[in-house]
Design a protein around this ligand. Structure first.
Ligand SMILES: Cc1ncc(CO)c(N)n1
Length: 236
């Protein structure tokens, strides 16, 4: 089914809902993954979490650059202000979270700076770099990345708290009210793209689904790097 067909069948939904529901199977795989379940249950092995965090730190570096470019491309001051707030959080509290966690996990700079990237990490980085030239594409990437993290974290936040701070704080960071407000804003930005032409919306739907696939593959590759092969990784 094309995204145009899907929209015609669900005209009452906002664009952000149509995009998520059109990508529903992959969205659900990302938000209800065995990795995030184990994280919430405090039963993830340190070695698995360390592998995840090293790949994710490379992702954060790209994300910071994507947000910076999106500030430059934003059509007006209000979106620049919101994005600048998120950029500040990423480069301060979130960055120190990574550094404190690497230390607790016994990882040194040689382990976490310039790691060998898994094909999934490579694909996420490439997708973000390709998307940063266009405001709409960049907002779609950010929306999937942050909305999916809010969603899985909300599902895990109600569980008994574990004692490894790096696992617990990774959930806490993504259920903060400021973060939830940022996701609400991203969804509203996406909703405002509803008047774009069919070809643009088709491209945005493809990008949205691709990012959902990459998000669940990123978790799968963290549990077992061999479980996701180069050939299975989608490219936009
Ligand atoms: C792979 C990935 N997606 C989304 C987020 C949320 O910022 C993250 N930290 N890592």
């Amino acid at each position: 089914m094309t995204f145009a067909d899907y929209r015609q069948q669900h005209p009452q939904q906002l664009l952000s809902e149509q995009l998520r529901n059109y990508a529903e199977a992959d969205w659900n795989r990302a938000v209800n993954h065995a990795f995030t379940e184990a994280l919430g249950d405090d039963c993830l092995a340190d070695a698995v979490y360390a592998r995840y965090l090293v790949q994710d730190y490379a992702f954060i570096d790209t994300l910071v650059n994507l947000v910076a470019r999106t500030i430059a491309n934003a059509p007006a001051m209000p979106p620049k202000t919101v994005l600048a707030g998120f950029l500040a959080a990423l480069t301060s509290d979130e960055n120190t979270y990574f550094l404190r966690s690497f230390e607790a996990l016994g990882l040194s700079e040689t382990d976490y700076l310039n790691p060998e990237l898994h094909p999934v990490s490579r694909a996420i980085i490439d997708t973000m770099k390709t998307s940063e030239v266009c405001y709409e594409d960049a907002i779609i990437c950010l929306c999937v990345a942050e909305w999916s993290y809010l969603s899985w974290s909300q599902l895990q936040a109600g569980k008994p708290r574990g004692c490894r701070f790096y696992l617990q704080e990774w959930i806490d960071i993504h259920v903060l009210p400021e973060f939830e407000q940022f996701v609400t804003w991203l969804r509203a930005q996406v909703d405002s793209f509803a008047d774009r032409d069919d070809a643009t919306l088709e491209r945005l739907a493809k990008l949205f689904r691709c990012m959902c696939v990459l998000e669940h593959q990123f978790f799968s590759a963290s549990l077992d790097p061999a479980s996701v092969t180069e050939q299975e990784v989608p490219r936009v």
